[in-house]
Design a protein around this ligand. Structure first.
Ligand SMILES: Cc1cc2nc3c(=O)[nH]c(=O)nc-3n(C[C@H](O)[C@H](O)[C@H](O)COP(=O)(O)OP(=O)(O)OC[C@H]3O[C@@H](n4cnc5c(N)ncnc54)[C@H](O)[C@@H]3O)c2cc1C
Ligand code: SF4
Length: 535
């Protein structure tokens, strides 16, 4: 093999994990290859078209997976530069400090992480700066300690959401501003890159103002001459050397051909499901159950959160444009009447009639779908699902992904929904009083693909890190216990899923692992600063 195919580091995947790591390593001068199966998301008017994005699922992968009964799943996931961060709602939360310890849930135990919150705190800070998080410390009662304020002020509530925040506060709750990664400058609206639109959560940003891994990380990384990005490059498997302790070659399908690349270090970051699938597909003589899988843990403990979208219909309209500004964590760890964690309440982007028509929610009496869309407050509820070894990713004999999942800890979510319903009774509408609120209506989240399991947006846990090689795949540095040069930096490493959105934790961990990799490569911070041409 020619030296052209040899790199110091190969990173597979450009999402929250891989993209962030590439950004961090780029100024080191090390020879870095980034492999991404998808292409850039095209910039086109359709980026902001709810029918194209939500109904036609135009940008989603067309890949078909299977559930445990052999039914076809069309996963709600995206293969492109920037990974799922191109489409995410950019709500960028830190896990709570207690999420790193063992927590007793109604449905069982949420296990402790092998690192503490304090180990990740400096990297959360870096990640918040890198992803331009807009927030306000001190409002959320469950917020962990932070070493500095958010880099940007919180995104303001629009009047209808402010009214709701005031009502929640009057009812004894502690509503807070959701930390979001959008490049909004409310003080200088004429200069602001973000225009505060209604097509953000679930949509790519047409004006490149969302803090996603392509715009902020990959585009910056490839400015360095030592960094190469190959798109449309699907990694099929990893091959080891004769000893079985090192990944020797990364086998890639590109332009219809098979190519091999060598990396001194290989970092897998394909998203929790595809990373597990890649390791399982890479089984060989030394690793008969899949690469790095002497523990038989690869692919197990799949988690994706118990999520629901609940529309609270009011007699008053909700003309909000950018709705994802308010959160409530008062029930995150429990309440006076229930001692177990319930989860997190916030918002999705404002739902519209086109999206609702395809999603077929239960209809409120006397309302059409258009009216419902105009009058709804569209809540997003997340509860923790627990790591069950039987909830897992496997590969069938044709190489297809099989996702086996039985929901757990469901009472937590039902209780969270009931808490929201109760909180809305305090709704003090100046026109209709308490009668303003007409009820809560569930919306089928995955329009056009009505199998809830297909909703894999928060996938995590399939390649967990830990101290014990018998019960975990990765060590605390996210290096495989079984191999000398294999790392994983996407959402796979989570030993528990907590109940806030996962992306900031994936980004912060990628920066943490990045520091370890730089140390291992002998690339000092001084060497990193000023090398290359990124500005
Ligand atoms: C609609 C939506 C809204 C969301 N909103 C939020 C939110 O508000 N806040 C939040 O924290 N999280 C949110 N998420 C989740 C968030 O986007 C993910 O947690 C995060 O992107 C996961 O990062 P990752 O690095 O694990 O994987 P990904 O970002 O999925 O990146 C994986 C990358 O690997 C590539 N890849 C896969 N297989 C291969 C292969 N074999 N060869 C080469 N490349 C490969 C993929 O194309 C992709 O680019 C949302 C997700 C979606 C879909
Ligand atoms: S709200 Fe801002 S960041 Fe989000 S899609 Fe619109 S312009 Fe882009």
């Amino acid at each position: 093999m020619s030296n052209d195919n040899r790199y110091d580091v190969i990173i597979i995947g450009t999402g929250a994990g891989g993209g962030t790591l590439a950004y961090h390593l780029a100024p080191s001068g090390q020879r870095i290859l980034i492999l991404e199966r998808g292409d850039y998301v095209p910039r086109e008017k359709a980026n902001w078209d709810p029918k194209v994005v939500n109904v036609d699922a135009h940008y989603n992968t067309k890949e078909a997976w299977l559930d445990k009964d052999g039914n076809v799943l069309h996963p709600h996931t995206n293969y492109n530069v920037g990974g799922n961060t191109k489409f995410y709602g950019a709500a960028l939360f830190r896990l709570r400090e207690r999420d790193f310890g063992e927590l007793h849930h109604h449905g069982g135990i949420s296990p402790a992480w092998p690192i503490n919150y304090s180990d990740l705190e400096p990297y959360y800070m870096q990640a918040e700066n890198l992803y331009q998080v807009h927030g306000e410390r001190g409002e959320d009662p469950t917020e962990p300690p932070a070493s500095a304020p958010y880099p940007w002020p919180a995104v303001s509530h629009e009047p209808r959401i402010q009214q709701l925040a005031d009502d929640f506060a009057a009812g004894g709750l502690n509503p807070f501003h959701v930390p979001v990664g959008v490049m909004l400058d409310e003080k200088n609206p004429y200069k602001s890159r973000c225009i505060r639109c209604n097509t953000c959560d679930g949509f790519p940003c047409l004006v490149s103002a969302k803090a996603d891994a392509q715009v902020l990380c990959v585009d910056e990384a490839v400015k360095y001459p030592n960094v190469t990005l190959l798109t449309n490059s699907l990694v099929k498997r990893l091959e080891t050397d004769a000893s079985g302790f090192e990944v020797k070659s990364v086998v890639v399908e590109r332009n219809g051909n098979e190519e091999r690349f060598n990396g001194n270090l290989v970092v897998v970051s394909c998203g929790a499901i595809n990373s597990a699938a890649l390791l399982l597909r890479s089984a060989n003589e030394q690793h008969p159950h899949g690469l790095a899988n002497s523990s038989d843990v690869v692919g197990r403990h799949y988690m994706g959160h118990t999520n629901s979208v609940l529309m609270a219909i009011s007699k008053c309209p909700n003309p909000t444009v950018f709705q994802k500004t308010l959160g409530v964590n008062d029930f995150y760890f429990g309440s006076n009447d229930w001692p177990y964690p319930m989860g997190h309440i916030s918002f999705v982007g404002k739902l519209d009639a086109v999206t609702l028509r395809a999603g077929a929610p239960a209809i409120a009496p006397n309302f059409t779908l258009e009216m419902m869309a105009k009058h709804s407050l569209d809540f997003w509820l997340t509860s923790e699902d627990l790591p069950d070894p039987e909830n897992r990713v496997t590969i069938d004999r044709h190489g297809k992904i099989v996702l086996t999942y039985t929901p757990n800890n469901l009472e937590a979510h039902e209780r969270l929904q009931a808490k929201l319903k109760q909180a809305l009774r305090h709704h003090n509408c100046p026109v209709h009083g308490h009668d303003c609120h007409e009820g809560l209506f569930g919306r089928n989240l995955y329009v056009g693909q009505r199998i809830p399991l297909a909703g894999v947006a928060h996938q995590n846990g399939t390649i967990r890190f830990g101290h014990d090689p018998k019960t975990s795949v990765l060590d605390v540095n996210c290096k495989a216990h079984d191999l000398e040069n294999l790392y994983v930096v996407d959402g796979s490493f989570f030993p528990s899923s907590a109940a806030v959105n996962p992306a900031l934790t994936i980004m912060a961990n990628a920066l943490r692992v990045g520091d370890h990799i730089l140390e291992r490569l002998g690339a000092s911070v001084e060497e990193r600063v000023g090398v290359g041409s990124a500005s």
